[in-house]
Design a protein around this ligand. Sequence first.
Ligand SMILES: [Zn+2]
Length: 472
Amino acid sequence: MTSFHVRPLVASLVTFALAASAFGQGGRASQSQPTIPPLPIPSMERYREAAGRIIGAALVDSAAYDRLAYLSDRIGHRLSGSPQLEQAVDWAVAEMRKDGLDNVRKERVMVPHWVRGEESAELLEPVRRPIVMLGVGNSVGTPPEGITADVVVVRNFAELETLGEQVRGKIVLYNVPFTTYGETVQYRGSGASRAAKYGAAAVLVRSVGPVSLRTPHTGALGYTEGVPKIPAAAVTIEDAETMARMQGRGERIRVQLKMGARMLPDAESANVIAELRGTERPDEIVLVGGHLDSWDVGTGSVDDGGGCVATWHAVRLLKRLGLTPRRTIRVVLWTNEENGGRGAEAYAKDHAAEIRNHVLAIESDGGVFKPRGFGLTANDRARATAKGIAALLEAIEANRIGDNGIQADTAPLIRQGVPGMGLDVDGTHYFDIHHTPADTMDKIDRHELALCVATLAVMAYVVADLPERLGQ
Ligand SMILES: [Zn+2]
């Protein structure tokens, strides 16, 4: 496939306006402070030939796609503590060695080990019918006979607060339509403890996603200390809406929830590291990476197998083309992003002594759809340079530099002052399948994946090769 998906201009502007206001940038011009003119964007013409070679080579290379297909089809989903995650770790190490990358290694990380166990939910009244569900990660289980209780449907936390003690002994269903991920995911993340405060027996959470083909979305919860831990399960939009209509008609809703979920002792896992060592300043690092763990449904092809493979193959491509930059480019495939963040924590801790040597940290954890560019968290000088580099990606329409470069696994580095970038892709359909059994290889477009590899490779290469350090 060679055709690009050109986004309509209007859609781009709307998205940009939303992104700008989301990060508090909108309206800045209308304030009375004098406007500081932006720094001039430096020309990167001397890298045009290299960028062209990178893009051309990425588009005819099938290695990234083939490896992601292997990871998906043969190893499958990779929850922390599972043998598949450790199989993926060992496989990545072996393949990176075959690629001839430098310093390929595992760095040990202890990770939480949550297991789902057998689980089911059944509507008992007003009609008997199975409910499609997925336990929420980190949830406690139910007693073996399950929890059978009346269901109370609420549309938001305010309705829960109004009901207060009236939910005691009941199952609270949060039927909250998807707005943004950040807003809606709170119900999955903290809904159990908020309902438990009023004595609820369990919670059901409408899946966090904009559309559904009766696909339940899992994800992590966190329990509030001092509040009883109650089980939580995600249900589909269809089933949540059905129960909301039943409540609307004044019908009694009774559900039986059975979950065998439990937390086992921490398990051993590892971050996977590989490098393309720099020629002149090998101690300075441009980091690229994604997270190798996934939820225990689907095959984690989009979240975040694609990000792992794209960042790794960006470096592999540079190696193959003989493009060795002045600084080192380091690939990190983090473990345990989904239900703990221990991989990111361990990396920041184990590499504390060299954090100041991290010139830039680039993460890809938003899918490997058609790339638009990068979000960036850094100073104005770095932003001007990044825009100059992004101009080299104009031909593939991946030249946008947005405002927010913080993603989950690079966050601990960015908090310590490392400039951060996140690969920005057309995420229109990302949350349709996020954390569902439908996150599988068929959702990956070969050409879009290749464009992500090219985009990551051009940015990482130029930042790593520039005579001056990014932002200085
Ligand atoms: Zn992810």
